[in-house]
Structures are given as structure tokens and as C-alpha cells.
Write a protein that binds this ligand. Sequence first.
Ligand code: DGJ
Length: 757
Amino acid sequence: MIEERKGWFFISTRHSSYIMRISPTGHIEHIHYGGYIPSSAEGIGQIQGPDDIRLGDGTYYDEDHQHTFLSRMLQEYSVPGKGDTRESALIAEYRNGLITLDFIYHSHRIYSGKDYAILPQVSGDGADTLELTLRDTVLPVYLVLRYTSYEEEDVILRSAEIWNEMDDEVLLRTVSSMMLDLPDSEWDLMTFDGAWARERNEYRRPLAPGVVYVDSKLGFSSCEHNSLVFLLRPDADDSHGEAIAINQIYSGNHQERVEVSPFGLVRVIASINPFGFGWKLGKGESFRSPEAVLSYSCSGLDKLSASLHRFAERYIVRSQYGQMDRPIAINNWEATYFDFTEEKIMKLAATAASVGIELFVLDDGWFGRRTNDTRGLGDWTVNRSKLPEGLSGYADKIHSLGMKAGIWVEPEMVSMDSELYEKHPEWMIAIPGRRPSAGRHQYILDLSRADVIEYLFQSMSSVFSSGIDYVKWDANRNMSDYFTSSPDARFQGELFHRYIQGLYSLLDRLTSAFPDILFEFCSSGGNRYDLGALAFSPQGWVSDDTDAMERMRIQNGTLRGYPLSSMSNHVTASPNHQNLRRTGLEDRFGVACFGVLGYELDLNKLSDEELSVIKNQIAFYKAHRHTFQHGTFHHLPSSDGALFWAVESSDEMIILEYQERNGVNTGRHRRLRIPFADRDTVYSIERRGKHVFREDLGDLWKDYESVLHEPFSIRVSGAVLAEAGIALPPLFMGRGFEPATRVLMDNGADLYVVRKT
Ligand code: DGJ
């Protein structure tokens, strides 16, 4: 609900309130973001207190307002020049380098739904919007701040638009989606950072005076620093305490700034990265920022993540597959790399179909001159020596096995060794007269150009209309040599953002033209894991690193802001192709099934025993698929060196027990505790029967075999589960096998199914 009362604005969601007011000087002053306060609450005006503090050396607003120091006012969207020397949400240059502007209240509008368009178009069904229009005190320059509130999800969607009515041109240097000022700095900052193959690892540190920048300058949202940031109280954890999430719906260069001012005030700004950015606004023109998601939880991080997951699935993902169950894939990349023939992939597909896999994905190398990664990108015609009957022949053959047919594309890229480059060298991002830098021997097409977008729309349409059910959209290098030779280019500083606008317009057209295709985004693994990509592709390739141990960290960080249904996880070969770690087949599965399961290894090199294990895994996953893909994710208390994850749907909960290393002679039982179990319910808990391979036990196999192993299946009250937890069956620790002894290796995973009885 959104209300206005005597110049105060109240945005209320189920558990949160966002309150602002028009200050005596006309500025929009931030009053509160946190737990819910009714707008009628007595004494609400006392939150702010009167303007009666003088600062020793501060700049006050003007002689009529000697107590108004913008540097200590909590504001909604700051600009430089009138005393606030903290980070600015907007920097707009006009008349030869002037940057001072002063926005004060002009008008407002409250309405149901959401009637403004920004790609990707987030749904406003059932939401309410507040639009605050501000005007500079002198110049006809306007700022529109938009707040769309989603009550059930505790989410506020924010964006800003700047609009120039001056005769002079304005050059935008910094434009933010949102700014949030908070009155104290007792917060920790959590960010999600990494690099290729170790994306979105979680980092937490206390705030301290100064500014922290979290950003990407890679042209894409990047695996180096995700645009998701959390502020959490120092005592907050997965299940307790206050936490705020901020994320941008943007796939390009982003920046999140977190500042602690000399007065201990906190400012968080989420914007397009000012790095290399500039945008010209002529008279009558406006610029809309990307949208940002803001959410608050008073009950810890899991609750916050659950709100973000629900919001993403319901309002951001536009595909019909958003809330639907997704197929289990086999991808040929780590099975064959470039070395495949149709015969080879059909053999892989046939084995995959025989174990219950539902989708075959033909990865890189099926087109043009693409026999290795130095060539062929840009030529989206099938290579007949690999697929003699073309793409539709491939799709027909896959369909005849009862599977869906998927294909890999990397439309934004070009190889110099390609027909496309020979015809259109000017379509590549490069600076005339300078040798361009390369990444994986490839270059980026200039998606700010209308002719490039048209070419890609036509060439992708022809690929997608060949019986294709699924598309993996990859992008395997970062931007360099920033230059567009587009005849429409007005200013080179616009390239980064126009590229993303071009990408979104292309994806918008393609996903509308092919609504039945399931899209998966990918960028050297997880280099483009952001809400903008998710809007068009309901799932993404989380990382090229599929090792279970690494994946626990990567999936954990990803799940902080992105739903289970967005995470495509594959069981790959052991030793792992990224770090050579050997991990059991069942353990790889245990971690991979938290999200959308797939396989990516040569099934034809596996033994019958391994294939039958995979068949059982798939049957298990299918029986619980909806929970794994769309359940509510929780961290449970860890115990005895093991991590516990849970995913809960209306009729069951699946629990993962994961250990990095097996202990020896620990002398205690590991406990499983579910703090939120319903005390008045009796639960059944069953351990998934895992297969133990003879090779894993070596000489001990005989001892293991001689024991009749008991399945673990119990009934227990919710009160016990919530307050004390239960002892799990003992792990093998060098003292022989009893009927209850479990075998859990290093990097090991066990699964449990919990149901209310
Ligand atoms: C990078 C991706 O992350 C891989 O899964 C694979 O698709 C390769 N690109 C293909 O070039």
C-alpha cells in the first residue's frame, strides 16, 4: 500500500515500511526503511526530530535555512553542489562543465500497477506505484523517482528518470537506479565476488568510514562482483536479524557504492557504472535508469532470499517456464568438446534417453568453420560435415528418442576467421587504427548498432525455427577497445549502455517470437548472472566449475539472490575438468540437484553400474523435482563439520548433508536440526538410499558387503527436531561396519526426505 499524508509518503509491504517526507526546503527526505510502522502511528514525526543541530564547519542550505545541512540529511537521490559532499546519485554536466543542481518536490502520483516501460519489463500486476517528480530550483530539469511496491514479497522496485527541458544539452555522467540513506552504520556488508570458475563466493565485513565500491567494468555484469549486495546487522544470520538486499536488474557495467559518512550515516547507491559512461540529453529528452530491487527482512537472510526468489520468479522472469518444472539435460560439452560427429552425439543422446534424461543440448562447434575456438563465431549456418541433415535433421533425431532438442549459440561474438567478419569488419567493437585486444580468440559485435541487431534477429530466428526446444545463450569474453562505428552514434560514452539496450531489444524480440523455447543464459559459466538476464532466460549456467566442493560455495552465494529454478547444475566427470578433484557420483548428484539438474559427461564411458546409479538418481530427482526447483531454500544449523541445506515445498522437505572432509574417531553423532519444524507435527525422515561403489572401499569392500545395511527411516516430533535435533546414523570411521554405518566420503553428500505424517 502507498499513502500520502500531509507531505509524508508511506510505502508499506507486509513486513516493511519505507517512509519519506517533503522537508521544509522542499527536498525529499528519507525517514525510515525497516520494520513495518503504520502511517497512523502516534509520534511518527518524532523519528526525524527538528532541524536544530549546527555543524562546526558545515555548509548550510541558505541564509533562511541555517540548520539545514544537506550533508547530514537522509535524502532520496542526491546531487552535488549544495553542501552534500557524500557520493552523488546523479551527476549531470551542463553549460561547459557545471554540475550543481538542486531538486525539490514538484508533484507526485500514486496509482495501481506500473505504467512505465524499461527493458526488461518487470510485471506490475497487483503492485502500487509512487511517482515523485522533482524539479531543479532554477533550471527546467526534472527528476522522476519511481517506487513500485510488492506487498507480499516485501519488495520495492525503484528507478529514476532525468528529463531535460533546457535548450542546453545535458551530459549525464552518473545515473543511479536508487539511493538509500540509513541513520546509523551498525551494519555488515555482504557481497558476492569471484572470478571464472569461482563465481559469487560470499564475503562479509563490517562497515567503516569511507566508501566501498562493488562494480563491473567488464561490459557484462560479471563474475567478479555481482550487483547483489546485502546490509545486515552484525548479529543477523541466516534465520535471525535485520537485513536489506539491493540488486539491479541490469546486465551491463554496474556499480554499488556503500558509504559511511563522517556523521556515521550510511548511503547505498546502485547505478550504471560511471566508468566510461556518458549520455547526452537534448531538449525534451529523458533517460531512464535500470530498475533496482530493494527488500527488507527482520528475520534473517534466508527470509530475505526467499522474498527475492519469489519476486524474481513471479515478476521478473517473463518466460512461461518461470514457475514451471524444467527438464533434465545432457550437454555434450565436457563429454566431447569440439570433437563430435552426429553419430557420436546420437549415441550419447540414446544412452541419455535410456536413463531418463529429457533434453539433449548440443553445445559449441556445430556451425560454420567452428572446429575449435579460434574460428567460426558469427556464421550461424550449420556445418554439414558435422550435422549432415542440418539442424532440423538433428532436432528430428533427438525428438525421435523422446527428448527435447537444445542448441548452443553465442550470438554477440565474432571470430576474425569467419565469413561475417570478412563481410562486416565494422560490426566488431574495435578502435580504427588500434589492434584490438582479444579474449578466447574472439571479439564482440557492436550490439548498439541496429544493423547488427537485425542480422542477429534473422540468423537466430532461422536457427531457432529448426525444431529447437531449448537455447543456451553464451558470451565468452569481456569488453575492450570501447568504440562504436555506428552511423547513429552520438557519443562514445553511450556505447556500454546502448550495447545492453541492444541486447535486451534482441532478446525481447526473440523470446516473443519463440515463446515455447526454454532459454538458458551463460557467459563463460556465471559471468552474466543477473536479474536482467533472468528476465529473458529463466535459468542460467551457474559456473563452469561443477566440482561439488566449489559448487557448494558458488550455489550458496547464488542462492542469496537468485531462485533455485534459475540455477542449472550438471553432474560432470570425475576427476573434475576444472580442478581434477575426484568426487563420488552420488555426491556430485547430491549437490547438483539443488536447482535444475543436468548431466555433462560421456555416459558411454560409464559402466552399467554407474548408469544404473544415474537412472536411480534421475527417478529420485523427478519424484522431487518441483521441490528442488521451486521450493523454499533454508540453511539449517551445521553440525560436526557438515553443512545442511533444506528445500521445502507444501508436502515435503529435502535435506542435503554435505561434508568437505570425513573425520576420524570424532566420538559423537552428527545432528540434524530443523529450527522451524512445526512442534505439533510428527515428521517422517528417510535417508535416500545411496549406492556404494566397490572401488571406493578397496580392501574393506568385503567387510562392508558382509553386513546387512539398514535403511534410515524414522518418525520424530517437530518439537524434537526444532529444539534438539536428531542424531544421524554414524559415519564409517575406521572401526568396521555395523548395520547402521554410513559411508560418506570427502566432498560427500547425503540426502533426506522429510514429510509431515
Ligand atoms: C563456455 C561455457 O561456460 C561452457 O559451458 C561451454 O558452453 C563453452 N563456453 C563452449 O564454448
